[in-house]
Structures are given as structure tokens and as C-alpha cells.
Design a protein. Structure first.
Ligand code: PBG
Length: 357
């Protein structure tokens, strides 16, 4: 059969089929920008974004992070200009990570009222009072070992838990430290505290302490479902919080697990979390969808982490993909999966692109 005859046969079959069933033509709704806009299912808005900031000691410091082009560690005096730009782009919130002056096994600066984060909170609140200030509550940037909790390490004669391994991240012993950090942030004026360590009971302990200290109005954004991910690499340069030995697999989740995420989220809901979070975002869109469906009562955030940012920036810098298109598509995908809010280093660029239309 020649091609022409084949086409003739196909055409006749199609015509017969179309006579019986009008052919569905989804392309009808894609014909013009206005039609596409009318049938768009997912919105992306600067109001969905949370912009992370890395705050460091010193004067007039803006130290670029090599693995995160466009992101810098900033000293407190540099923050007002940045947060004014954030507010101008109508991004409603920032999330703060601190780099302390010195580190020790407990991370003492973490709950010092004059530590880098309390000073940053006050500076931001003075510059742009309406901006929502969210603070990361964890130990890893502050401890000399770089772990997210106190360690099962001998101090004197014996280690605290003989049957747990040397260097194990202790759970219940870490909770009072997290509580002190959350209280220090709330006292300095944080609007939301965000415990990120995946320590069991952290949300309940912080909620109880806040309520007992006249901070019942301060919400807890729980990093409820945080995976032991390789995509945090660039962040660990930025926040100087890489573990000095070992990994975080005894507390962060196994990337292979999704049903376990339901258990983590259910506990945090029961403990009084006001927001849930899935982190990272792009390799875990199914988990975002799962949480959105199973816990519709809480706003859901997704953390588009440093490695996800670095991949797009690196590819764009090589001319391998169009940055604007790739970023807006990735962020839309995270929203489509079910996230209400996206913590992203792309926030300011994306807000600008959305404004330009
Ligand atoms: C822990 C924390 C991490 C990130 C946010 N909070 C790192 C880790 O768990 O090792 C990673 C965020 C990112 O990669 O952008 N305080």
C-alpha cells in the first residue's frame, strides 16, 4: 500500500468515527492566550513565596555563596535594603538562617537574645513591620559537630545512653534546646517559628512552651516531612551547617518512603502544627499531593531547596535551558502538586517575572 492509499484509508476511518462521535479537540481551549488563561487550573503568585535569607556577623558583609549564584550571606545591617526589595515585590515572608560567630557542642548562640537571628529579626521588623518573619529552629548551624541535636557523646566518664551508638543524635535531650531557641526567636519578634530538625516531639514541645510564655499567638510551621536528601548540599555551604561526620539518616526520612510521611504529618498535626511542610519539593511531588489530600485542614508549604535551585541556575548559566521558563514551570508544578506556599531562592526573580507578565 502506498503512503497515499494508507492516508486515504485512515482518513475514511476517521471520517466515519467522527460522524458517530464528535472528535474531542482539547486544542480548541489552547488557541489563544485569553482562552489558555481562562482554563488555567493552577495559579502562581508572589504571595505564595517565602524567601530564605542567610544572616551572618560583621558589618556591611554580602558574601556570595559559590554553589548558589545570586544568594549571599548578609550581615544584619544589609538586611533592611533586602527586605524592602522583598516587600516591594509583594513577597509576604522571609525565612531566616543564622551563621553564628562561634560554634560549640550545644550551639549556645542559638538561644542568645543577642545572637545573630534575634538581631536580624529586630532589624527586619524595624525596616518592614508587615513582613512575616519565619525563623529556622535547628541546631546544625550552631553546633561544632554540625548535627541537628545533642549527641550521645561521653562527657566525663560515660555517654548518656550506653545502648545508643556514639554520636547518635539524642531526641528528648534535644527538645529543651529547641524550646529555648523558639522562645528566643519569639521574644525577638519572630512571627512564625519553623523547627526543621525532624526530632520526635519537637512541635509539641515548642507549642507547649510558646503557650506557657505568652506566645500562644505564634504559629509553628513544622518541617513535618523532611527527607535525608543530597539536594541540601549547597545550603550546607551557605549556612555552614554540614555534619562533621556521619549523616542525618537517623532522623531525616528515607527518600524511598511516602506512607511514613503520613505518620510524621499526623503526629505534627496532633502536636499543634499550624503549617506542614514537605522538603525537598521537586523529587517529592507525590508526597506533596499525598499530604494535600490527607491533611486538607492545614496550609502546606514545600521547600524548593538549594540543590534544586543550583541545578537550574547552573544549567541556565551554561545556556542549556531558559531560566525564566524553567523556574516558573518548576514552581507551578510544586503548586499543582498541592503546595500552598513555596520556600524558594527563586522568589525575587519569579516575583519580578510574574509582575512583568
Ligand atoms: C537544617 C536545614 C537544612 C536545610 C534547611 N534547614 C539542611 C539540612 O537539613 O542539612 C536545607 C535547605 C536547602 O537545602 O535549601 N537547619
Amino acid at each position: 500500500m502506498t503512503i497515499a492509499t494508507q492516508q486515504q484509508v485512515i482518513h475514511e476511518e476517521e471520517t466515519t468515527a467522527m460522524a458517530r462521535f464528535p472528535l474531542a479537540r482539547p486544542r480548541r481551549l489552547r488557541a489563544t492566550p485569553a482562552l489558555r488563561r481562562m482554563v488555567r487550573e493552577t495559579s502562581l503568585d508572589a504571595g505564595d513565596f517565602i524567601y530564605p535569607l542567610f544572616v551572618t556577623h560583621g558589618q556591611d558583609v554580602a558574601r556570595p555563596i559559590a554553589s548558589m549564584p545570586g544568594v549571599s550571606q548578609l550581615s544584619v545591617d544589609r538586611l533592611p535594603a533586602v527586605v524592602e526589595a522583598v516587600a516591594k515585590l509583594t513577597v509576604p515572608a522571609v525565612m531566616l538562617f543564622g551563621i553564628p560567630e562561634s560554634k560549640d557542642p550545644v550551639g549556645l548562640e542559638n538561644f542568645d537574645p543577642d545572637g545573630v537571628i534575634p538581631r536580624a529579626i529586630r532589624a527586619i521588623k524595624e525596616a518592614v513591620p508587615e513582613l512575616v518573619v519565619i525563623t529556622d529552629v535547628c541546631l546544625c548551624e550552631y553546633t561544632d559537630h554540625g548535627h541537628c541535636g545533642l549527641l550521645n557523646t561521653a562527657n566525663g566518664d560515660a555517654r548518656p545512653h550506653a545502648y545508643l551508638p556514639e554520636g547518635y543524635v539524642l531526641n528528648d535531650e534535644t527538645l529543651p534546646v529547641l524550646v529555648r531557641v523558639a522562645l528566643a526567636h519569639a521574644e525577638a519578634g519572630a512571627d512564625i517559628v519553623a523547627p526543621s530538625g525532624m526530632i520526635d516531639g519537637m512541635v509539641g514541645a515548642i507549642r507547649t512552651a510558646l503557650d506557657g510564655a505568652d506566645f500562644a499567638h505564634v504559629p509553628v510551621m513544622s518541617y513535618a516531612v523532611k527527607y535525608a536528601s543530597s539536594f541540601y548540599g549547597p545550603f550546607r555551604d551557605a549556612a555552614e551547617g554540614a555534619p562533621k561526620f556521619g549523616d542525618r539518616k537517623s532522623h531525616q526520612m528515607d527518600p524511598a518512603n511516602a506512607r511514613e510521611a503520613l505518620r510524621e504529618a499526623a503526629l505534627d498535626v496532633a502536636e499543634g502544627a499550624d503549617f506542614l511542610m514537605v522538603k525537598p519539593a521537586l523529587p517529592y511531588l507525590d508526597v506533596i499531593r499525598l499530604l494535600r489530600d490527607k491533611f486538607p485542614q492545614l496550609p502546606l508549604a514545600a521547600y524548593n531547596v538549594s540543590g534544586e535551585y543550583a541545578m537550574i541556575r547552573a544549567a541556565a548559566a551554561n545556556g542549556w535551558l531558559d531560566e525564566r521558563g524553567a523556574v516558573l514551570e518548576a514552581l507551578t508544578g510544586i503548586r499543582r502538586a498541592g503546595a500552598d506556599l513555596i520556600i524558594t531562592y527563586h522568589a525575587l526573580d519569579a516575583a519580578r517575572w510574574l509582575q512583568e507578565g
